[in-house]
Design a protein around this ligand. Structure first.
Ligand code: CMP
Length: 139
């Protein structure tokens, strides 16, 4: 079933000059970018995006990181896009991510882990709507 997921190429990956490599990986597995932009999140925009994690001890540091420089946000579309992207990203902790995954290749540690991907259809709907109005998404 074709579905959409929200992906973020995080500030650490942008600083490493691997935007192109990551987008190539999406396209190679059939995750088609249907919306994309570079933006620099304010701390409050990052806090709103990660509100579900606000009770976690790493919340403040995560939001500082996500607002530390430009990131690329994308909507990816394809069959089982949510699961497919999570497999492509690998485990949250790059040290535990399988060979061939984005986080294995480009992540530094559990916080600076190169990419984000929605974890459920409900989350995808919230996250896509957080960054993109319908008129900025193309089929
Ligand atoms: P992401 O998939 O964007 O979802 C939440 C983010 O919080 C996660 O990637 C990491 O960047 C960060 N994160 C998750 N667990 C930890 C942790 N234990 N310590 C620090 N950061 C974490």
């Amino acid at each position: 079933m074709s579905e959409r997921t929200l992906a973020i190429i995080k500030p650490d990956a942008v600083k490493k000059h691997v935007i192109g490599d990551i987008i190539h990986r999406y396209e190679q597995v059939g995750l088609k970018p249907v919306a994309m932009k570079m933006l620099s999140m304010s701390k409050s925009v990052a806090e709103g995006f990660y509100a579900v994690h606000k009770a976690r001890p790493f919340f403040g540091s995560l939001c500082d990181f996500m607002s530390s420089g430009p990131a690329v946000v994308l909507v990816l579309q394809g069959d089982n896009a949510i699961k497919k992207n999570r497999e492509l990203m690998g485990a949250t902790d790059p040290a535990k991510a399988d060979a061939g995954t984005i986080r294995n290749a480009h992540g530094t540690n559990i916080e600076f882990n190169a990419v984000h991907g929605s974890d459920s259809p409900e989350t995808a709907q919230f996250e896509i709507g957080y960054f993109f109005p319908g008129m900025e998404i193309f089929n």
